[in-house]
Ligand binder design. Structure first.
Ligand code: ADE
Length: 418
């Protein structure tokens, strides 16, 4: 079996970490039990480009229990937990090509090595496997049945491919399932982003002016949790409806040009490029702290900040201090990469349980239904999404009401009015 992981992680207890996450993933555990017996993925090769965390490890083990041959690479150079990667290789016989801090060159070499698994299914988080296949490994399309995509940015890339008519196999947009984005993007990003900022800096959030760039589901989560910590939260947006929602959720809404002058802490969550750049650095307060929680490291223009600076210093793990000519200091966390994974451990397992239940069930769906799927970005089937919510509630021991026959009849008729 081929693999490349950090050898120094050999003596670590990756398996305990994986077990600890598993305790919080009861829906995935139910799926694993069923997969173990039925082997719905027998003979299927799955190549995944995902953050190599304890939660991803549990997904990979579940897919393997279902009969799949799994190979993994990292979907971000700073999101690999080396102990976990090592344990997957050593304890579970799963090919992993991922090393924390890998260079761009190594990142893409690992993507290619993961594709050498000759996948029937690709599992992306950000779209790098699918784009590599479409650009450089076209021969693999012959055997691919379909793929899944974990995150908003990846779904957006694939929608662009579909619009240009270049998408050559079906992709299920796991991100767009209700049981994914309403929980992972909102509560997961909310908690883990605050976690990353606090682990990196150990600063008090109460009373700070906290700017959130973007009011999508991730931005909402971050804004909500920052407010919960006592910060004064300000939101920047380009979409009028979202901006209005932020206003009515009780946040100050203003353009980044103005927020830049006021903020103590900034978090970008837009999925777009150049949210904070040179013109903003010029007017920021001394000591401003900047972090990104969007998928790619394009939201904060770290290169421009470097060019404007007379000094760049790592003063604490995951905290770089940039000194500008006028003496002001600006701090960048996690090199402007996903702060929740670079400086913390990503979303907690209880929300990844929902996301990865979707991934596992969508892999099974692709195996059963690939011949009916068009080469498009496809929604997660409603019955899968609904089932995951139902299972999660039952594992939390929460009961809900069911419709009576009278209520069902009422809801399906139009005759009864005022
Ligand atoms: N994305 C965000 N958090 C994650 C986690 N804990 N595992 C895998 N992918 C993630």
């Amino acid at each position: 079996m081929n693999y490349e992981v950090n050898k120094e992680a050999e003596k670590s207890e990756g398996s305990n970490k994986i077990y600890w996450a598993y305790r919080e993933m009861p829906v995935l555990a139910l799926i694993r039990e069923r997969f173990k017996k039925g082997k719905p993925l027998a003979g299927i090769n799955i190549s995944g480009c995902l953050h190599i965390t304890t939660e991803t490890a549990n997904l990979a083990i579940t897919l393997k229990e279902g009969g799949a041959r799994v190979a993994l690479c990292a979907s971000n150079p700073l999101s690999t937990c080396d102990e976990v990667a090592h344990s997957l290789v050593k304890d579970h016989d799963i090919s992993v090509f991922a090393v924390y801090g890998e260079s761009r060159e190594m990142y893409y070499r690992h993507a290619h090595q993961t594709l050498d698994n000759i996948p029937h299914i690709t599992m992306d988080d950000g779209g790098d496997l699918v784009s590599t296949i479409h650009k450089e490994r076209k021969e693999l399309m012959e055997t691919i049945l379909g793929g899944t995509e974990e995150t908003t940015t990846g779904v957006h890339r694939f929608e662009n491919m579909e619009r240009e008519g270049v998408l050559k196999y079906p992709i299920i947009a796991v991100n767009d399932a209700y049981t994914k984005y309403l929980f992972d993007n909102r509560y997961g990003t909310g908690q883990s982003t605050i976690d990353g900022i606090i682990r990196a800096t150990n600063i008090l959030l109460a009373g700070k002016r906290f700017v959130v760039g973007g009011y999508g589901w991730c931005g909402r989560g971050v804004a909500m949790r920052a407010r919960g910590m006592g910060a004064h939260v300000m939101v920047t947006e380009v979409d009028p409806t979202r901006a209005l929602e932020a206003v009515m959720d009780g946040f100050d809404v203003l353009p980044m040009e103005r927020a830049a002058q006021q903020g103590d802490i900034f978090v970008t969550t837009t999925g777009n490029t150049s949210i904070i750049c040179e013109r903003h650095f010029k007017i920021m307060k001394d000591g401003a702290i900047l972090a990104n929680s969007g998928h790619f490291n394009v939201e904060i223009d770290v290169e421009a900040l470097e060019e404007m600076s007379v000094q760049r210093n790592e003063i604490r793990q995951h905290v770089e201090e940039f000194t500008l000519e006028d003496g002001r200091k600006i701090y960048i966390l996690g090199q402007g990469r996903l702060v929740n994974l670079a400086a913390a451990e990503g979303h907690p397992a209880a929300v990844m349980d929902l996301s990865f239940a979707n991934q596992a069930l969508c892999a099974e769906y692709i195996v059963k239904h690939h011949s009916e799927l068009e080469n498009r970005v496809i929604k997660v089937p409603e019955h899968i999404d609904g089932k995951i919510a139902e299972l999660k509630l039952s594992t939390m021991n929460i009961k809900i009401d069911v419709l009576t026959q009278e209520q069902k009849d009422y809801m399906s008729s139009w005759r009864v009015g005022t």
